[in-house]
Design a protein around this ligand. Structure first.
Ligand code: URA
Length: 423
């Protein structure tokens, strides 16, 4: 086969046979197809798409590019969750220990943040001593003993995605539903979980800006999961406003621990409990997760996971000593607090990275002191910027120039959860 023939087929709107898809993914993973040819294929897919059978084969080839973990020795039903990203999205930190406390095993292989959205591993690394890298043996024994592991995916998991994602990042080919769906699902299926709940976000702070795009992505991923034997549900939720009160690594750990202690903001609890209920349904565990969050059992699993991965759950969470306040320019009702702007501000303060090798600040971030629906007086504090490096402040403030809308009348806020798709 010749890469150029396959690129031409896709460019002209044709379909690739199963053998061609397999050959392409395998050859690129092993360095036998050059980056420029893979880039051309990715761009052709951005414009032409992949039909359901092509996408299923493309995903299967990505899974088979590496190892598929076998979690059968864990001795409990396995269920994971994945979010397509957002600002202040710390749901995994609460939902995963909660579902583990209800009796499931949660093998959460997570990523780091890139751009304005945060990454679960970056957040956990704000805890003194906590380690993201585990061997497959450590992962299996922790899942067996505690029921929860949150760690970095090893190099052997879907290596085709690692190469393709890096290439997509620099060739403007990330924003394609079949490419996003195959990237996410190849990693989750290779991880070996029996079932999976996806939180597909939409709105200014999300990958997908509109509900119809999120719907298409969710449906595509639910079908891919079912086709590969993973029971999959997708919860579609709005990400126009930051979730909870904070965006930033240590800040989000503190807020998650508050939720695990039975507190936490309403929006975080609503989405956490909705996802936990779907995870438990797929795991066939008939337990209401709400009391488990209140009675300290979920917090106990969190503490065990932090300790097992080298962290000290009692160590103080680092805080910024320097803060800057953004105040209400007028009195009235907050009708908009833009998630993207807050995410960019937190990122510019140092909470996120521009290149994957950049370090992140544990303490930098933004706290929302007021949110849409709240009534404020002119001059009242709305945002509190937590500063690690003062040189980064002006860029963050610039991102927030048009982030807040205050109106004389309230507007009705749509529900946080827009839809749930079950396979
Ligand atoms: N996250 C992934 O893992 N892959 C994508 O393509 C997009 C988001």
């Amino acid at each position: 086969m010749q890469a150029v023939d396959l690129i031409r087929t896709k460019r002209d709107g044709g379909r690739l046979s199963d053998a061609e898809v397999r050959w392409f993914i395998d050859s690129y993973t092993h360095g036998r197809i050059a980056d420029e040819q893979a880039s051309a294929m990715l761009m052709a897919i951005v414009f032409r798409g992949l039909d359901p059978a092509e996408l299923s084969e493309w995903t299967a080839a990505m899974i088979d590019s590496g190892d598929r973990m076998n979690l059968s020795t864990v001795g409990k039903p396995t269920v994971d969750k994945h979010s397509t990203g957002g600002v202040g999205d710390k749901v995994s930190l609460v939902a995963c220990p909660l579902v583990a406390a209800c009796g499931a095993a949660v093998p959460q292989l997570s990523g780091r943040g890139l751009g304005h959205t945060g990454g679960t591993l970056d957040k956990l690394e704000a805890i003194s001593g906590w380690q993201a890298s585990l061997t497959p043996e450590q992962m299996l024994s922790q899942l067996h003993d505690i029921g929860l592991v949150i760690c970095a995916a090893g190099a052997g998991l879907a290596p085709a995605d690692r190469k393709l994602y890096a290439l997509r990042d620099v060739t403007a080919t990330v924003e394609s539903i079949p490419l996003i769906a195959s990237s996410i699902m190849s990693k989750k299926i290779a991880e070996g979980t029996e079932s999976l709940v996806l939180n597909v976000t939409f709105g200014s702070g999300a990958f997908m800006k509109r509900l119809d795009q999120a719907h298409e992505l969710a449906e595509t991923m639910v079908q891919l999961g079912a086709a590969h034997g993973v029971r999959t549900t997708a919860v579609l939720s709005r990400m126009d406003t930051p979730l909870g009160r904070s965006a930033g690594n240590a800040l989000e750990i503190t807020e998650s621990i508050e939720a695990l202690n039975g507190g936490g903001p309403d929006d975080l609890l609503e989405i956490t409990l909705a996802l936990a209920r779907e995870m438990l349904t797929l795991a066939k565990i008939d337990i209401d997760p709400a009391p488990v969050l209140q009675n300290g059992q979920a917090l106990r699993v969190w503490n065990q996971m932090i300790r097992a991965q080298g962290g000290d759950p009692d160590a103080p969470i680092p805080v910024a000593s320097r803060r800057e306040i953004v105040r209400a320019e007028q009195s009235g009702y907050i009708t908009r607090l833009d998630a993207f702007a807050v995410g960019v501000a937190a990122w510019r303060l140092g909470a996120g990275r521009s290149r994957k090798e950049d370090p992140v600040s544990p303490i930098a971030g933004v706290v929302c002191l007021a949110k849409p629906g709240d009534v404020v007086e002119q001059g009242q504090p709305i945002l509190e910027l937590h500063i690690d490096n003062v040189d980064r402040l002006s860029g963050a403030l610039e991102a927030l120039i048009d982030a807040i809308t205050i109106a004389p009348e309230p507007i009705e806020t749509p529900p946080l959860i827009a839809d749930i798709l079950r396979s």
